[in-house]
Structure formats: structure tokens, C-alpha cells
Design a protein around this ligand. Structure first.
Ligand code: NAD
Length: 248
């Protein structure tokens, strides 16, 4: 198995149809001990229990630096090491530029970008001590196209910020053998997108996707598995487009 004895934290991993939960499942299937992080303790614990025995569910709001440190401490108390972090927690808001209020901007940037920084800051000292680790950051095709259907311009900006942050961390911590890579999913069927598409919208979107379908959470989960595992030991600072060819 690819991840035998590896301890991997996944943020935003309790949403039943979400990318985080699918990723947690893919990692557990490869032998990882998975730490499911989400806003509510009961959701995180239930999602961890769904993965089988030996996984941990923790409540942590990734916008709260102290909470991120506590989650890392709890993980170390339980497993004694941390090999990977998937910065997946995210929120969107489908509004246009002129409608974005200050609070909207703060909320979107806080979860998507600040949360990625705080969780990374919490795990990196541990990974440095262990002389290695792998961090995967969830950006979005919205960062590359300048907008999407479900994310507003502030979401595009925050997700573009994630790409810059990931590259900067990859450069800074490469000498510590800590790899940092990003994924830019296209349109993936989850709670963020799932039921909100009318048949007409869906058909229109699919016209622009060479592979002819929307993505599944498992498509992104498999990309996370690749980047967090030793299959990608010479990759850092890259962006993996998981979008069915949307940008060709
Ligand atoms: P989702 O809403 O199903 O899951 C997001 C999870 O993050 C939820 O479990 C939620 O409770 C959790 N979360 C939200 N705020 C949090 C916080 N402050 N602290 C901790 N957890 C928090 O969404 P998804 O579609 O699975 O999206 C996962 C990631 O992929 C997000 O970063 C999203 O922006 C990104 N993404 C999704 C798509 C898509 O089409 N679904 C496309 C591109 C990028």
C-alpha cells in the first residue's frame, strides 16, 4: 500500500459528498491513518469512523490559528508524527465584483487562503523535525480562468493566492524535504455545485470539457493521493489541473 503508517491530516473532510471526504477515503484505502478536520466535532468524528478503525476526527476552524495548533498537537499525541496535510477546507460565494462586501471578502479569503497558511504553519515545524512531508493545497480552476460558476471574484483571488502561497512554501521548505503542491479542480459534483445546476447549465458546461463530463470527488481524491504519496517525490511547487481538459 502507498501510505502504510503515514499520518495525513485532511481539512474540510466531513462533507458527505465532498472532495475532502473522498480524499480521506482514498488515503485510508492506501493504509494511511487519516485525521479528519472539520468545523463540527460530531461531523469530523462520524466521518473518521466511516473510514474504519484507527482514524481520528477533530473539530478545527482553519481560520483560527490556535485551533490549528491544537489540532496538530492532538494528532501528535495520538500518532506521534505527521507526514501529510491536505489543505482542502474552502467556501464559495457566487456574487459579482460590485456586490462583494468587506465581510464577504474577509470570509472567503479567511477560509480559503488564511486557513491554508495557518494549517501549513502548524504542521511545517513538525515536518522539519521529521526531515520531510507533503502538503497539498486545494486551489480551483477559478484562479486560472478568473472566475467560475460558483465562486465570485474574491474566491478566484483567494484561490490564486493559494497557488502563490504554495509555490513560496515549496521554495522555502524544499531544503527540508517538504513538498508543497496544488490542485486546481474544474467543476466537481459536490455539495458546493451538485444540485444547483439546471440540465441546461450542465449541458452548456459539458460542451467546454473535452472529456465530456463533470468531475467526481474521487477524481480529485486520486490526484491528492498521488501528490501526498511517494509516487511524486520529485514534484514540488506544481499545479495539477484536474478539470477534464477545460483549459486546453
Ligand atoms: P464542500 O462544501 O463539500 O466541503 C467543504 C468542507 O470544508 C465542508 O466539510 C465544510 O464544513 C468545511 N469547512 C468550511 N469552512 C471551514 C473552516 N473554516 N474550517 C474547517 N473546515 C471548514 O466543498 P467541496 O466541493 O468538496 O470543496 C472542497 C475544496 O475544493 C474547497 O477548497 C473548494 O473551494 C475546492 N474546489 C471545489 C470545486 C468544486 O467544483 N466542487 C472546484 C474547485 C475547487
Amino acid at each position: 500500500m502507498l501510505l502504510e503508517k503515514k499520518v495525513i491530516m485532511v481539512t474540510g473532510a466531513a462533507s458527505p459528498r465532498g472532495i475532502g471526504k473522498a480524499t480521506a477515503k482514498a488515503l485510508a484505502a492506501q493504509g494511511a491513518q487519516v485525521v479528519v478536520i472539520d468545523l463540527r466535532k460530531e461531523d469530523a468524528e462520524a466521518a473518521a469512523a466511516d473510514l474504519g478503525n484507527g482514524h481520528l476526527g477533530l473539530a478545527c476552524n482553519v481560520t483560527d490559528k490556535t485551533a490549528c495548533s491544537s489540532a496538530v498537537r492532538a494528532t501528535l499525541e495520538r500518532y506521534g508524527r505527521i507526514d501529510g496535510l491536505i489543505n482542502n477546507a474552502g467556501i464559495t460565494q457566487p456574487v459579482r465584483t460590485l456586490e462583494i462586501g468587506g465581510e464577504d471578502f474577509d470570509a472567503i479569503v479567511d477560509v480559503n487562503l488564511r486557513g491554508t497558511l495557518y494549517m501549513s504553519q502548524a504542521v511545517i515545524p513538525i515536518m522539519k523535525e521529521q526531515n520531510g512531508g507533503s502538503i497539498v493545497c486545494m486551489s480551483s480552476v477559478s484562479a486560472q480562468r478568473g472566475g467560475g460558476i460558483f465562486g465570485g471574484p474574491h474566491y478566484s483571488a483567494a484561490k490564486a493566492g493559494v497557488l502563490g502561497l504554495a509555490k513560496a512554501m515549496a521554495r522555502e521548505f524544499g531544503p527540508n524535504r517538504i513538498r508543497v503542491n496544488s490542485i486546481t479542480p474544474g467543476l466537481i459534483q459536490t455539495d458546493i455545485t451538485g444540485d444547483k445546476l439546471t440540465p441546461d447549465m450542465r449541458a452548456e458546461i459539458i460542451k467546454g470539457i473535452p472529456l465530456g463530463r463533470l468531475g467526481d470527488a474521487a477524481d480529485v481524491a486520486n490526484a491528492c493521493l498521488f501528490l501526498v504519496s511517494d509516487l511524486s517525490t520529485y514534484l514540488t511547487g506544481i499545479t495539477l489541473d484536474v478539470n477534464g481538459g477545460m483549459l486546453i
